[in-house]
Design a protein around this ligand. Structure first.
Ligand code: S3P
Length: 439
């Protein structure tokens, strides 16, 4: 068997889903017994969550190579030192909900990139519930202190955020859960529903309408968590974390650009996250899903992706929440498809780990690709010309991986100012992307 075929048959197993790894670790200490979690993503962002949880009194093991046992219920207490959220917005935003709900005291901080990201979107609604939170640096940003609070002093709430954000929705649901008050979140779009699925698997009184494959994309989300009449017991998790589709996307793009098929076993296929697959299908890729199964309500399957005749594509605003973190991968793909591709309604990308729209445009331009940056998206005129130049990552893992999907192709010569930043979500990326293109 040639090496090419061997790689395709075995496939590349991407690391565990980042969103689900954070959530499983945060929910486990609240359960009434020991949770068992397999396939946790071992990367800097999830290590940040684990570190914060330990400071709050949870017992999270150091070794994540096999099954991780997290005992519950943990007596979470005031944090004796700062909670360092590192580069992770998910850690800062979702954990704040649990801390505020429990009424313990903590000061949260993060790295320079995280300090630039907006926190008002969680601080304001938590304050409206009755939490006392003070900014200790710039208004609206980390660091901030959540003060301790008497039990029973939180108000029930109906929150209607302006943008669809799973981190905001999860923060509020977990504040309601930990604080024992009813919480309703009405979102304008379809943000990922991992928190709802895990809570449901644990027996929490959460009501939502899981988005089916055929649900209209512009349908918002409406979630209610009502602890009235519930005994407050959360069942421990017994959970197989699926592979991260957001990581798999970069390998799929690398393989598509190289014109070779790729197999990606055990990848998460939650329909609130799978918009990337719809777009590459529209662009002419053949996508097969085999052996679909699920754990704690989270579906996963074995993916096979193969390039057909690739054509330019458009991504519409209503799709953005379902492929939010995959936009950089799609932009890299667009750069390799002759013709004009377009992404609209993606202004949230400006407040991720970097201003992703600006950095994608700057770097494509630097590599000689015709690109137009718009307030809410990009227009990319792709070609098959070799790409030469250097990439400024801004320390953003997904910018590095987007151009990493192109840099391993034999004709291209692309330098990076920082290759290590992939470590927040995908430490083995460079090795895997080389395999994806057949190297
Ligand atoms: C995440 C939600 C998304 C995504 C982020 C992870 C989560 O952000 O970009 O990488 O785990 O909840 P939003 O809060 O903007 O949806």
């Amino acid at each position: 068997m040639s090496e090419r075929t061997a790689t395709e048959v075995e496939g590349i197993r991407v690391p565990g889903d980042k969103s689900l790894s954070h959530r499983a670790l945060m929910l486990a200490p609240l359960a009434r017994g020991t949770s068992r979690i397999r396939g946790i993503l071992d990367a800097d962002d999830v290590r940040s969550t684990a570190g914060c949880l330990r400071t709050l009194g949870a017992r999270v093991p150091e070794d994540w190579s096999g099954e991780v046992e997290v005992p519950g219920p943990a007596e979470l207490h005031d944090a004796s030192e700062d909670l360092d959220c590192g580069n992770s917005g998910t850690t800062a935003r979702i954990l704040s909900g649990i801390i505020a709900g429990l009424g313990v005291e903590a000061r949260l901080d993060g790295d320079a990139s995280l300090r630039r990201r907006p926190m008002e979107r969680i601080v304001y609604p938590l304050q409206a519930m009755g939490a006392k939170i003070d900014y200790e640096g710039e208004e609206g940003h980390l660091p901030f202190r959540i003060h301790s609070r008497a039990t029973g002093s939180l108000r029930t709430m109906r929150h209607i955020p302006k943008v669809a954000s799973a981190q905001v929705k999860s923060c509020m649901l977990l504040a309601g859960l930990a604080g024992g008050v009813r919480m309703e979140v009405v979102e304008p779009g379809r943000s990922r529903d991992h928190t709802e699925r895990l809570l449901e698997a644990m027996g929490a009184p959460v009501e939502y309408h899981p988005v089916g494959e055929d649900a209209p994309l512009d349908e918002g989300t409406h979630v209610t968590l009502d602890p009235e009449g519930w005994d407050g017991r959360l069942e421990p998790l017994d959970f197989d974390v699926p592979g991260d589709l957001s990581s798999a996307a970069f390998l799929a793009v690398a393989a598509l650009a190289a014109g070779r098929p790729i197999r990606l076993p055990g990848v998460g296929l939650n329909p609130t996250r799978s918009g990337f697959l719809d777009v590459i299908r529209r662009a002419g890729a053949r996508v097969e899903v085999h052996d679909e199964r699920s754990s704690c309500g989270e579906p996963r399957g074995d993916l096979r992706v193969e390039a057909g005749e690739l054509r330019p594509f458009r991504v519409e605003p209503a799709e953005i929440p379902t492929l939010l973190d995959e936009v950089p991968a799609l932009v890299a793909l667009a750069a390799r498809i002759p013709g004009e591709s377009e992404i609209r309604g993606a202004e949230e990308l400006r407040v991720k780990e970097s201003d992703r729209l600006a950095l994608l445009a700057e770097n494509l331009d630097g590599l000689g690709v015709d690109v137009e940056e718009r307030e809410d998206g990009l227009r990319v005129s792709g070609s098959e010309e070799p790409l030469r130049g250097s990439v400024r990552t801004g320390g953003d893992h997904r910018i590095a991986m987007a151009f990493g999907a192109l840099s391993e192709l034999p004709a291209n010569r692309i330098e990076f100012d920082d290759r290590e930043c992939v470590g927040v979500s995908y430490p083995g990326f460079w090795e895997d992307v080389r395999r994806a293109v057949g190297g």
